[in-house]
Design a protein around this ligand. Structure first.
Ligand SMILES: *Cc1c(COP(=O)(O)O)cnc(C)c1O
Length: 331
């Protein structure tokens, strides 16, 4: 028998959360669409599983790897697919075209590659998400680079349709901190003297922005973490937005220890029993992906009731408090 630990994925919850994201996004932009961000194997939930759950509702899918994009096409996904980091070399472009992918362009050199590829294959019209660096300083065209990018775009009028994009660095900040306004200002300033830009669709909002600033959702929002039932905020939980958890981790109790006052549990003895304590040892540890830094006291559900972990998480086990759960034990 394999170790009795499993991650259960609730696909109706994923679908529900996607619809919540789009509902928020459409509060101020009726026509707002939402890329289902399924990068990193759908945040660990399984790319094809997520695609199957969202296949008939999602407006599009956004991810990082060309291979994952191709896997979606092969699974029958017909909606737009966006490569969030764009393409990495010119040779990728014919593959992108063959699978009808949309690409982020965040560097001038990518546009030059696109122009050359379009010259060689005039039928190539990859939709382009032109990513502007509005202050996150990770990816994107800066204000200083924008004139050269515009010249490049004007020199290659046969390129595919253009959408303007930026990414917020602090949308999950506390409300009276910097948050998004400063980046929005920079984004607008960058495009203010570009008359054509007024007609381009816009894509700005990640989960945090969708939930707190739905006015930023515009044409294409980009929800990620919220699809999986996670809150992007430290001070507000997912349930308060109507989001449902998609993944739950289940395991079994392997052993029970009855200990007396002053006895310790686990590595470093960081839990000291304040009185007689029933300790459940669960087959789940950091090698299974449970966070090693989760402190003693982290909530855990045993037999349908909430209790807490005790002491440090081991590689393949953790301890929980069964003192108030006399019926719970080795399963
Ligand atoms: C990952 C990512 C998202 C989704 O972000 P969440 O905070 O998980 O909603 C949106 N846009 C881009 C460009 C991303 O890389």
């Amino acid at each position: 028998m394999p170790r009795p630990i499993e991650a259960r994925i609730d696909l109706p919850a994923l679908r529900h959360n996607y619809l919540v994201a789009r509902q928020y996004a459409s509060r101020q932009h009726r026509e707002a669409k939402a890329w289902a961000v399924v990068k990193a194997n759908a945040y660990g939930h399984g790319l094809l599983r997520a695609a199957a759950a969202l296949g008939d509702v999602a407006d599009g899918f956004a991810l990082l790897d060309l291979d994952e994009a191709i896997a979606l096409r092969q699974a029958g996904i017909r909606q737009p697919i966006l490569l969030l980091e764009g393409f990495f070399e010119a040779a990728d472009l014919s593959v992108c075209a063959a699978h009808d992918l949309s690409v982020v362009v965040h560097r001038l050199e990518q546009l030059q590659m696109l122009r050359q590829a379009t010259r060689a294959t005039p039928s190539m019209h990859l939709p382009i998400y032109l990513k502007l660096n509005s202050g996150m300083n990770r990816l994107g065209i800066t204000a200083a680079q924008l004139p050269a990018v515009r010249r490049e775009l004007e020199a290659a009028p046969a390129l595919g349709p253009l959408t303007l994009m930026t990414h917020f660095a602090e949308a999950d900040g506390v409300a009276d901190e910097r948050c998004i306004a400063w980046q929005l200002e920079r984004f607008l300033a960058m495009t203010a003297d570009w008359p054509a830009a007024a007609n381009f669709p816009v894509s700005l909002a990640n989960s945090a922005a969708i939930l707190r600033y739905p006015q930023t959702a515009h044409d294409w929002a980009r929800p990620g973490i919220m699809l999986y039932g996670g809150s992007p905020f430290a001070d507000e939980d997912a349930a308060s937005f109507g989001l449902q958890p998609v993944m739950t981790l289940h395991s079994r109790i392997l052993a029970v220890q009855e200990i007396g006052i002053g006895e310790r549990v686990g590595y470093g003895g960081s839990f000291v029993a304040p009185g007689p304590t029933r300790v459940g040892i669960v087959a789940c540890g950091y090698a299974d992906g449970y966070p090693r830094h989760a402190p003693g006291g982290t909530p855990i559900i045993v037999a349908g009731r909430r209790t807490q972990t005790l002491g440090r998480v081991s590689m393949d086990m953790l301890a929980c408090d069964l003192t108030e759960l006399p019926d719970a034990g080795v399963e």
